[in-house]
Design a protein. Structure first.
Length: 435
């Protein structure tokens, strides 16, 4: 069994009970490690507290690597939950008391004047999860509307930060334009609610992808997990940092735990595939992508990343078909898909098509060039000077895919060159050879 050791970039054998414990080594005194301990603490039967978790919001968490029936809880969270429940009976606007159901009423948690903001925030997250330009811009409008309705509500600022981050990651908006604003929004969310997991995860992603401040990113991802061990996106994004470091087993644990929390998240299934792909477990990656497509057959990113893993297995015809599907789903407007397809043509023995795609991309002059994927295509074409030139440009532009550079198999032909090693050092990535 493996776990991530706090303050270390290494994976070590350990009998630590669960992944969350690594984020707070001093938390054992606050923790209840089984249904029996939770029930004893509440002076109730096990079945009763299990029902309270299901119907009354009792805060119980699942262990990171164990079966779902293996649980733990924090005394401090249970005490807070118990104090909230004990406030019932509640009063309606008329002042008339109503009988307590034991649940935390929505009216108390979200008063009437704040409900519009909350609804806009949830609507924004719905659009945000669709992961395309149109929906991301709709999501931003919803988050901005929520902020206008309630400027003191932290979560819409986090949503706004995450929208800007994805617009940058998907190479729709240049990182240098979007990410400073993402940072401001994430910091504002933390100011308003220092214990919001969403806010810390948002800031962690800015540190990781834009600043390339690995230590600060690690700290904020861990803080997000401590704030809410059930926030799936905290584990999902943390897996990227672990993969970048070459900590593939820990990355796998993180992304699988995100899926345990939210097993029908299409993007998390896709990212489980990416995590496996960077660990060079291509069959495993393909299974994750296919599971994502079972849920949403038209999801562009599943087709695009599936194509990459098929390509690595030498299944070039199938890979090019998947790239064609992704291109059609995007209306031919996704420059990232085009650049990645160019690489597939190059390794499939069709350098002419690869060069034609690169030429058209150069003529199109998109706002955000897929410089990282263009560099990968030149690696397949054997033009090392072009690889270094485009990787240098990717670093200068703060291209957010650079985090994968030390692990991306497309760069294997250049991996031992001094120019490539220099770029790895520049962005703080490990100079190892995962070949």
């Amino acid at each position: 069994m493996v776990c991530v050791v706090p303050g270390s970039n290494m994976i070590q054998n350990s009998d630590v009970k669960d992944f969350q414990a690594t984020t707070d080594p001093n938390a054992s005194a606050d923790r209840l490690d089984s249904w029996k301990e939770i029930a004893t603490y509440l002076h109730r039967e096990v079945r009763t507290v299990q029902l309270w978790e299901k119907h009354e919001g009792l805060p119980v968490h699942r262990h990171f690597h164990k079966r779902l029936g293996s649980v733990f809880a924090w005394r401090s969270e249970i005490d807070h939950w118990r104090s909230e429940v004990s406030r019932a009976p509640q009063e309606h606007e008329s002042g008339r008391k109503v009988a307590s159901s034991g649940k935390k009423p929505a009216l108390r948690l979200f008063p009437r004047e704040k409900r519009a903001s909350r609804e806009q925030y949830l609507k924004g997250r719905y659009f945000w999860n669709q992961r395309n330009e149109r929906s991301l811009r709709k999501a931003m409008q919803c988050f901005q509307s929520a902020i206008c309705d309630d400027p003191e509500f932290a979560l819409p600022y986090s949503g706004l930060a995450d929208s800007l981050t994805l617009l940058s990651f998907y190479e729709i908006v240049p990182s240098k334009e979007a990410m400073p604003e993402a940072r401001k929004a994430a910091q504002r969310a933390i100011e308003l609610d220092p214990n919001a997991a969403e806010a810390h995860a948002s800031l962690a992603d800015v540190f990781f992808h834009f600043d390339r401040d690995w230590q600060s990113a690690d700290r904020e991802y861990r803080r997000a997990i401590r704030c809410n061990p059930e926030y799936a996106l905290g584990y999902h994004w943390y897996a990227n940092l672990l993969s970048a470091r070459g900590q593939h087993d820990a990355a796998q644990l993180a992304i699988i735990h995100a899926l345990e929390i939210d097993p029908v998240s299409v993007i998390t299934l896709v990212w489980a595939g990416v995590t496996s792909h960077l660990a060079r477990r291509f069959d495993e990656a393909i299974r994750h992508y296919q599971n994502a497509l079972d849920l949403e057959p038209g999801f562009i990113w599943a087709h695009m990343y599936l194509a990459q893993s098929l390509e690595q297995k030498g299944e070039y015809e199938a890979a090019l078909q998947e790239f064609d599907t992704a291109a059609q789903l995007s209306g031919g407007q996704n420059h990232c898909v085009k650049a990645m397809a160019a690489h597939a043509h190059a390794v499939a023995g069709d350098p002419g098509s690869a060069r034609e795609i690169l030429h058209k991309l150069g003529q199109a002059h998109p706002r955000s060039m897929p410089s990282y994927d263009i560099a990968a295509t030149y690696a397949a074409l054997g033009e090392s000077h072009q690889v270094i030139a485009w990787l240098t440009r990717a670093c200068q532009e703060r291209n957010m895919k650079v985090f994968a550079l030390a692990r991306d198999p497309r760069f294997d032909p250049l991996r031992r060159s001094s120019g490539f090693q220099r770029i790895l050092a520049q962005v703080g990535l490990p100079q190892s050879f995962p070949m």
